[in-house]
Ligand binder design. Structure first.
Ligand SMILES: NC(=O)c1ccc[n+]([C@@H]2O[C@H](COP(=O)([O-])OP(=O)(O)OC[C@H]3O[C@@H](n4cnc5c(N)ncnc54)[C@H](OP(=O)(O)O)[C@@H]3O)[C@@H](O)[C@H]2O)c1
Length: 342
């Protein structure tokens, strides 16, 4: 590590542990949760790599996490950020194969919103040269989730429902569904996004503020018979729509964009109609899916980004220097990811 600096810029967590609140992935001022700091450059241990950051992304999970509302506790003073891409500049014992490679990574050991990151070599995916740094920065969390969840949906018929369909993940799932000959039914909250979702392959698009949303959804549900509801919103409307879905329907909640806590109005459906409510978490999928299957999925993801079938819409680029001051404003734009560069 002789040619590496001793210290690095990072955006670090101001608070530790959980907050016991449930206020959702929105922030008024990033300075409530983060501060800019100079940290020592970490050392890779056995099986780990040190990555020099090229770009990292800001996902809803990052916002849940910095606020203490995610499924893992915060470590006060550690760098934030789950996902990015960069160059492997040093390796611990057993990780030498990745030396010098440009990789997409999930941070496991130190956060992605820093100039240097240490993570396990298993959390790295070498990137094809034809994938841009912006796409590389958002190559794992959403694309692998899209592949895994659409795979789950296609086992249960050809139509499936996607809420928050104008999200990056929703868009990936719509176009993947279309490419596989499926019929994605998209739910959006902004009418302006309807045409975009149709052009991406949604068979139907409904706007959740429509006063007749439940009736309209019920009619589509009776015709297309979707059996899987991939839900990132998980509010009372989700529950109402789930109640109109056919026998054996599964409500798969994988996000909490709404702060509303839904209640179950028709528990008999779980008993008599064989309906199920379950969760999806990529971390669990990665731990339970055989490596060979994961490698096939990763290869397909990179092929889709390389040939343009998928892309990461970017709303704004920030730097580690201006991240804390500008993040809240940058997140107000609804049309893509905020990407952080060193
Ligand atoms: N469980 C897992 O393993 C896993 C993995 C990846 C992602 N996720 C989840 O997937 C979801 C989407 O992630 P992403 O990175 O694709 O998000 P994103 O691109 O940042 O987009 C989120 C979009 O959702 C819409 N939205 C926000 N709040 C909403 C609300 N209360 N009701 C309805 N729509 C709302 C907004 O679109 P408009 O402004 O156009 O309405 C917003 O742009 C998040 O909940 C994330 O946590 C879960």
């Amino acid at each position: 590590m002789t040619d590496l600096p001793q210290t690095m810029k990072a955006a670090i967590l101001k608070h530790g542990g959980y907050s016991a609140t449930s206020t959702g992935p929105v922030i008024e001022d990033a300075a409530d949760w983060l501060e800019a700091a100079e940290l020592p450059v970490p050392n890779p241990g056995p099986g780990q790599v040190l990555i020099r950051l090229r770009a990292s992304s800001v996902n809803p999970s990052d916002l849940h996490f910095i606020k203490g509302e995610y499924g893992q506790p915060r470590l006060k003073g550690a760098a934030a950020g789950f996902e990015g891409c960069g160059d492997v500049v040093a390796t611990g014992k057993g990780a030498e194969a990745l030396n010098g490679q440009r990789v997409a990574f999930v941070a496991a050991g130190s956060g992605a919103w820093a100039e240097y990151i240490v993570t396990q070599m298993q959390m790295c995916i070498p990137l094809r040269p034809d994938i841009s740094d912006d796409d590389g920065a958002a190559q794992i969390v959403n694309p692998l989730t899209a592949m895994a969840m659409v795979d789950m949906a296609r086992e249960d018929g050809d139509a499936f429902v996607i809420s928050a369909a104008s999200s990056q993940l929703g868009k990936l799932m719509c176009s993947l569904g279309r490419d596989l000959g499926l019929k994605p039914i998209a739910l959006v909250r902004r009418a302006e996004t309807v045409e975009m979702l149709k052009s991406l392959g949604a068979a139907e698009v409904l706007v959740t503020s429509d006063p007749e949303i439940v009736e309209k959804f019920a009619a589509i549900s009776a015709t297309l018979k979707p059996r899987v509801f991939l839900d990132a919103v998980t509010d009372q409307l989700s529950e109402k729509l789930f109640c109109t879905m056919p026998n054996r329907a599964r409500w798969v909640t994988y996000g909490k964009l709404s702060t509303e806590a839904p209640t179950l109005s028709q528990t008999g459906q779980l008993i008599f109609m064989g309906k199920r409510i379950e969760g999806f978490w990529l971390t669990q999928w990665m731990m339970s899916t055989p490596p060979a299957d994961q490698m096939r999925v990763v290869a397909e993801v990179q092929a889709r980004f390389a040939d343009g079938r998928w892309k990461t819409d970017v709303s704004e680029h920030l730097t580690l220097e201006n991240l804390v001051s500008n993040l809240a404003d940058a997140l107000k734009k609804s049309d893509g990811k905020v990407i952080i560069t060193p």
